[in-house]
Design a binder for this molecule. Structure first.
Ligand code: SF4
Length: 381
């Protein structure tokens, strides 16, 4: 059963140097047409894949959803509430950037039922913020958090990025200390990945991007885990920490390898065993949807063996790991037997461990996450 929906708002007021998300510079874009297109996409999709029971999570991400003006935010929320009914205790998240959040916009979100805000902070170091192409500064984060809290939101998350150009371990420690002093219930922290087609990628290729290097990055990750634990935050996914009960239920849908709707330019969805990706460029997305055709660019039917591989690839991101009994229930197969060679190799390396009902990363394995996850892909080829 489909319990989650993602909506993509691809507009940003500026473009950050490291970002490879599907986004465009806001000025001059057909935002109102896009919102109508989104509504049309929801209508068409739900005709084919109706909601059986109310959804449990809705996540509006981007881009920068809060770059929309008040009227546009109201319209977006109205469409969402019309088409995507949410259970009474559902999680309804909006991503936001510090600096573009007025009290009025937040009140619109609150009135529409939004109950979780995820704020893209990245670092509290103003010099580093400049270097990575962000326009907000640390003071904007404090001001935004004050406004968010004053409107009555308490389920707040911030995103951090580490291993930034020129960043030292001491710099990261300072950012962590500041972040934790804010006493938020949820933190995400990702190491910088240099993606093609970004400003950073070009600098990197020219040898002009002084990143701290793998060793410092590993120390930063260890520091992150230590500091979060010291402050009572539970490490529940490789890059995510929260107080009990504040885990991102929406993102857990992905890591649990469950189906979800995805609406908007470049959005992905997983419906009835088929992974789809939407057309990315805005103009093409709108052309297609305005002709009454779903703007899907690619369909991939996931075979049972791929589903089992994905269960591992995604599920091992969770610190609790993959449940053996859940795997048995879902696929009618014994996980340990299916992946016996991989499990043998990884346990010998001490990168994973198996207990009564779970297979999970060791602390050492967390540092090498991607290497571990990839071992479970292509096993049946
Ligand atoms: S990081 Fe966020 S704000 Fe910056 S360009 Fe990417 S989507 Fe926009």
């Amino acid at each position: 059963m489909i319990k989650a929906a993602y909506l993509h708002i691809p507009f940003c007021e500026h473009i950050c140097y490291y970002c490879d998300f599907n986004k465009v510079f806001l000025k001059g874009q057909p935002v109102d047409d896009y919102l109508k297109g989104l509504e049309q996409e929801m209508r068409l999709t739900l005709t084919q894949h109706p909601i059986e029971e109310k959804l449990e999570t809705i996540f509006v991400g981007g881009g920068t959803p809060t770059s929309l003006n008040e009227q546009q935010l109201e319209q977006l929320c109205e469409s969402i509430n019309n088409y995507l009914p949410l259970v009474a205790n559902g999680e309804f998240t909006f991503e936001a950037n510090p600096g573009d959040l007025s009290k009025e916009k937040l009140q619109i979100l609150k009135d529409a039922g939004v109950n979780r805000i995820s704020l893209g902070v990245q670092t509290f170091d103003d010099e580093l913020l400049k270097k990575i192409g962000r326009v907000h500064r640390a003071k904007d984060v404090y001001a935004s958090l004050e406004t968010i809290r004053s409107v009555g939101f308490e389920n707040i998350s911030i995103d951090l990025i580490y291993s930034l150009p020129t960043q030292t371990l001491a710099d990261f420690q300072k950012t962590l200390t500041t972040a934790l002093s804010l006493q938020l219930p949820h933190y995400s922290a990702y190491s910088l990945i240099i993606e093609p087609k970004t400003v950073f990628y070009n600098l990197f290729k020219k040898g002009k991007l002084p990143t701290p290097g793998e060793d410092i990055e590993a120390y930063m990750y260890e520091l992150l885990m230590e500091e979060m634990a010291k402050h009572g935050l539970c490490h529940y996914e490789i890059s995510n920490f929260s107080l009990t009960g504040y885990e991102s239920r929406h993102n857990l849908t992905y890591w649990d390898n469950e189906p979800y709707y995805g609406f908007g330019a470049g959005a992905h969805s997983y419906l009835d065993g088929v992974r789809r990706s939407n057309i990315g460029p805005l103009k093409k997305y709108l052309e297609q949807i305005n002709r009454g055709i779903l703007p899907v660019q690619e369909y991939h039917t996931v075979s049972i063996s791929e589903q089992m591989e994905e269960e591992m690839f995604l599920g091992l991101r969770k610190i609790a790991g993959v449940s053996l009994s859940r795997f048995q229930e879902k696929f009618n197969q014994n996980l340990i037997q299916i992946f016996s060679a991989e499990i043998k190799e990884l346990t010998a390396k001490k990168w994973i461990e198996v207990n009564d009902d779970n297979i999970y990363l060791t602390k050492q394995g967390r540092l090498l996450g991607n290497e571990v996850f990839q071992m479970f892909l292509g096993v049946f080829d």
